[in-house]
Design a protein around this ligand. Structure first.
Ligand SMILES: [Zn+2]
Length: 331
């Protein structure tokens, strides 16, 4: 149904909008000045997560990004946050007895834990390998991470909801990118759809998109996978596809629709046609845009030839599944 694309989870999507650590405002310096670089100081901090406040806004309307201490244990109390490297340095020294200026480059390397990368790879691991969200609470998994770097205990995620929040962020990041790609398409966006029921009896409607992008390259992608909780009827399938069209705002650019020979697909496409007329004032001829999936046709044909025990039974099977195909004697 879809090609397997290589999922690269950008750390930008996980914990920040900018790809590199943003230059942060350096606050008033104490005598002795700040010798350690901002990168060195901020390596013990992270950006806001979940409901945390992202920016500090001054009375003059200037906004500064907040940094949260990675070494503070949230279980013990509020995590220290600041926008200023001088405050960060003072906090590290007073609370955690870490003098960043005295750290040698080798000792810095000992704490060269890239939390953005950790989050990105954790999201990738859980999604790609279909692992449960509570992996972050498994003592074995935590021990494994700590074996790699014993100093990162306070940096590890320990809550399922935090992991879900990061996965949602990655999903939103890619979905927004996909929306831009679809809206910049140089061709119509052709859809193909099929229903599938998982071994645990959950039904999904896979919707696949094919279009030519702004670089005139053909693109194939799974663009939606709604769970079908109500029924498999044509109108119900149409409601998922209409929602997809609405959410990506691509109603004026829908091309052909490929699906198997089930009659519900005709009903579905007629409902989509009505919705496109109502919502986008687009004339969409459901019959002209309907393509029957060649893979399904070949499959049905093979079944008919292999399993039919008479010429009449063969003709009946072909007619049943493909009423628009001429009788076998005409082929
Ligand atoms: Zn701290």
């Amino acid at each position: 149904m879809s090609q397997r694309s290589s999922l690269r989870v950008p750390s930008a999507a996980v914990s920040r909008e900018n790809s590199s650590r943003e230059p942060s405002p350096t606050g008033p310096t104490r005598s002795g000045s700040v010798a350690a670089s901002p990168e060195t100081i901020w390596s013990s901090f992270r950006l806001a997560e979940g409901d945390e406040i992202e920016f500090h806004e001054t009375s003059g309307g200037r906004k500064f990004r907040k940094h949260y201490c990675l070494r503070c244990n949230p279980v013990e109390g509020p995590v220290f946050d600041t926008c200023w490297t001088s405050n960060a340095k003072t906090h590290l020294l007073s609370k955690h007895k870490i003098d960043v200026e005295s750290l040698s480059s080798s000792s810095l390397r000992d704490f060269s834990f890239n939390r953005d990368k950790y989050l990105a790879l954790l999201v990738l691991l859980v999604c790609r390998r279909k692992l449960p969200f509570n992996i972050v609470t498994w003592p074995e998994f935590r021990q494994f991470c700590l074996t790699l770097n014993p100093s990162i205990e306070s940096c590890l995620i320990s809550s399922r909801s935090t992991l879900v929040a990061h996965i949602t962020k990655v999903y939103t990041f890619y979905r927004d990118q996909l929306q831009v790609k679809l809206q910049n398409a140089k061709s119509s966006i052709h859809l193909s759809a099929d229903l599938w029921t998982s071994p645990n009896r959950t039904s999904f409607l896979g919707v696949h998109g094919q279009w030519v992008d702004e670089r005139y390259t053909l693109q194939n992608m799974l663009i939606a996978l709604p769970e079908c909780t109500i029924s498999h009827s044509g109108p119900q399938q149409a409601s998922y596809i209409i929602e997809l069209i609405r959410s990506f705002d691509i109603g004026r650019n829908i091309g052909f629709f490929t699906a198997d020979n089930a009659g519900s697909n005709e009903t579905c496409l007629r409902a989509v046609s009505i919705a496109l007329k109502d919502e986008y004032e687009v004339e969409y001829d459901a019959e002209a845009h309907r393509i029957r999936c060649m893979g399904h046709v070949i499959n049905l044909s093979l079944h008919a030839f292999l399993l039919a025990n008479s010429k009449e039974a063969l003709q009946a099977k072909i007619t049943l599944h493909s009423p628009q195909i001429p009788p076998a004697s005409h082929l």
